[in-house]
Design a protein around this ligand. Structure first.
Ligand code: ADP
Ligand code: MG
Length: 696
């Protein structure tokens, strides 16, 4: 990028200098651009700021005034209170900070303060601030009290306090705004189409809004930028993938699809129908399909996937489905066989544990094409499996497979098939778009009719005996139960129950008549599989477990999911665990056990009262914050989204994605003069992202 005034080191801005520059650097501000992006953390609307004269006892108020006098007052109980008298044109009030005598050194007479808190009665009106901000230093504070209608306060530090930031902005903002255009990439067309202000305007509104509405418009513009560049890199990665691997134009004859519709004992839900149309469109176009099918447990993803596989098969190609574990692969193979038997279509199972002979036969039929549908584990990609002509690969439970593995499967000729990823972890559409912007998204947001919802309840540890009695009564009726713990082993660091220890206790003291099993992540996968098989076969009544059981296992006879230390789990994880029961025709129960008075209770109540996985996911996003969720995924090195808020900016994300994809479709390498500014941003600010996606 060419030198821009925005690159000017912070030291050379008015009112900074070399000494303060170091302090600014510690706040993350090294040049003029950083300063412009240093967003206020709080806006106070003057219409919500009360005049001091109008403050009444009992009000929760924000006020602005100048310190007229101040001092530390000792109390009889030894507490020292800092007090100041604040004054504006309408009157005076005492402001008190009990236990903070050191403020006496920080605040001076003449400083202008913004304070918010409750007005109490204490020898007259007294305000005890929850928060205070020094708006101006010293006697020329008139300007803060009179300037504008919105009071802005910044994230500050000990070395760069609020009033310094404010004064540096006062001295430099007008000039910096004239530089902002150097970074502009949004064209007049985009401005009009998406209702975006220019950068110059956005920064003016960010730092000196006349209304809260202006501040919000500024935030949205800068949020759009973040989301646009996120999507742009993903759009390029997506285009690369498609360009190197032209799509298959699958031919739909209905030879198999129609008979399946007729053979199924149910009608597809509206959501399944919509997802299928999206999938058929992708598959019959010349573009390669790269789609994620997302839906809660039980929404009927497998049925959708089977139709997609049949489209490939009736057009003359093979199809395969890849599952994360052997047991899941076997379950899928059985379920899919059941659906396809009436059609006379066979399903071949390929896992690591086949006998040498079965394996040789399977491989043979896969490569000579006599097998049309294959279900397996990652044995499908790791081993030397040669498909004759593979049309589609369906990948179940995407989080267990990396992006690379997703792309690794191909047929004998090296042709890469269409890809459909099925995920049973519902996440809000915006989060999905941010994380998987290189995939298209189909959502199954609707349950087939007639499902019996799982009853969720909260129990305190005081009631454990009663809970065990309940588990016993379910088992007496022939059902099975899971009991989940947050830890495998006892830990010295945290005082939590562990699966191993509790397994000992439960099997020797609590469930004496019942058969108790244990499964956790430290077991080798063959051991895990064998325990799971016993549970599936009904040879275990109570399965003591950790979260290893959260993925996909289908045991319709299990009717109780008991989760100990429920507060230790994220809501989405709890939902995933809850999805392990309620798969049969019997009423099922999810019981969350916590300590009495546990502070996470509010969160758990939300979970108890919400059965929709997408709603649970939104609550999880709200509670945990997007940084946590974005950070744990493949964008580990991405800067957090600072302006964009995935809970509210879904519309912006949709705009950003369609714009990014349109630009990349028209000018893949961003070579045209129109896109020079975009390219400059990518190379300057988003270089690491290009590397991550292998686009650079
Ligand atoms: P998922 O893979 O999303 O967890 P499945 O595809 O395994 O869900 O479907 C769960 C159960 O619901 C299966 O028994 C399936 O036969 C049944 N099912 C799927 N679609 C429908 C539908 N539209 N109406 C009724 N039952 C359905
Ligand atoms: Mg296609």
């Amino acid at each position: 990028m060419n030198y821009s005034h925005l690159d000017r080191p912070i030291q050379f801005l008015k009112g900074v200098g070399p000494k303060r520059a170091d302090a600014f650097a510690r706040l993350g501000i090294t040049n003029a651009r950083d300063l412009l992006y240093h967003a206020p953390r709080r806006y106070d609307d003057a219409s919500s700021v009360e005049s001091i004269g109008s403050l009444e006892v009992g009000m929760d108020a924000t006020a602005i005034g100048r310190i007229r006098s101040k001092g530390v007052i000792p109390t009889r109980r030894g507490l020292r209170i800092f007090q100041a008298v604040l004054e504006d044109d309408s009157g005076m009030i005492t402001v008190a900070w009990p236990g903070q005598p050191w403020l006496d050194r920080k605040l001076r007479e003449g400083d202008t303060l913004l304070v918010s808190g409750r007005v109490k009665f204490f020898h007259g009106r007294q305000l005890q601030p929850r928060e205070h901000i020094v708006l101006e230093r010293g006697v020329d504070g008139e300007s803060a009290m009179k300037s504008g209608m919105i009071f802005v306060s910044y994230p500050a530090s000990e070395d760069v306090p609020q009033w310094v930031l404010r004064s540096v902005f006062d001295k430099n903002l007008t000039e910096m705004l004239t530089w902002a255009d150097d970074d502009e990439y949004v064209t007049p067309r985009m401005q009009a189409e998406y209702g975006l202000p220019r950068l110059e305007e956005a920064f003016k509104w960010l730092h000196r809004p006349k209304t809260i509405y202006e501040a919000e418009k500024a935030r949205r513009r800068l949020a759009f930028d973040e989301l646009f560049f996120l999507q742009l890199v993903q759009a390029q990665a997506r285009r690369r993938a498609n360009e190197d691997n032209p799509g298959i134009e699958h031919i739909r004859t209905n030879e198999l699809i129609r008979p399946l519709h007729q053979a199924l004992p149910f009608e597809l839900t509206t959501a399944q129908g919509r997802a299928l149309r999206e999938i058929y469109n992708d598959m019959s176009s010349g573009r390669r399909m790269n789609r994620m099918l997302q839906g809660d447990v039980g929404t009927g993803k497998t049925a959708v996937a089977v139709f997609a596989m049949l489209l490939s098969v009736e057009g003359g190609r093979q199809a395969c489905l890849m599952a994360p574990t052997e047991i899941l692969a076997e379950q899928h193979a059985r379920g899919i066989s059941r659906m396809l038997d009436p059609l006379g279509v066979e399903v071949t199972l390929l896992t690591g544990s086949l006998s040498v002979r079965s394996r040789r036969e399977a491989l043979e039929s896969i490569s000579n094409g006599s097998t049309r549908i294959v279900v397996g584990t990652h044995a499908l990609i790791e081993e030397d499996v040669a498909f004759d002509e593979l049309g589609i690969v369906v990948i179940d439970e995407q989080h267990r497979f990396g992006v690379k593995q997703r792309m690794a499967i191909s047929d004998r000729e090296g042709r890469i098939p269409d890809v459909l990823v099925m995920s049973a972890t519902p996440i809000p559409r915006s989060l999905a778009m941010a994380l998987y912007g290189d995939l298209d998204l189909s959502l199954l947001d609707e349950m087939p009719p007639g499902r019996m919802p799982v009853t969720t309840s909260l129990r305190s540890t005081d009631h454990r005996i009663a809970v065990y009695d309940f588990v016993r009564s379910e088992i007496a009726m022939g059902r099975q139960a899971y009991i989940v713990y947050p830890l495998v082993d006892d830990s010295e660091k945290i005082d939590l129950l562990s699966a191993k220890r509790e397994f000992e206790r439960l099997s020797s003291e609590v469930f004496l008549q019942e058969r108790v099993g244990l499964i956790h992540g430290q077991l080798a996968s063959a051991e895990k599989d064998s325990v799971m098989r016993e549970f599936i076969a009904g040879k275990i009544d109570v399965l003591v477990a950790t979260t290893v059981i959260e993925v996909g296992i289908d045991v319709p006879n299990a009717s109780v999911m008991l989760i100990e230390h429920a507060e230790r789990f994220g809501l989405s994880q709890l939902h995933q665990l809850r999805g392990r029961v309620g798969r049969g025709t019997e009423e099922s129960h999810c019981i969350l056990v916590t300590e009495p008075g546990e502070h996470a209770l509010e969160r758990l109540r939300i979970f108890r009262d919400t059965s929709d996985g997408f709603e649970v996911a939104r609550a999880d996003l709200r509670i945990r914050g997007q940084g946590d969720l974005l950070g744990s995924q493949q964008h580990g090195r991405d800067p957090a989204l600072r302006f964009a808020d995935l809970l509210v900016d879904e519309d912006l994300l949709v705009d950003a994605q369609s714009e990014a994809r349109a630009i990349v479709a028209e000018d893949p390498e961003l070579k045209s003069a129109d896109h020079a500014a975009i390219q400059a941003h990518l190379e300057g600010l988003y270089k690491h992202r290009l590397e991550m996606y292998g686009v650079g």
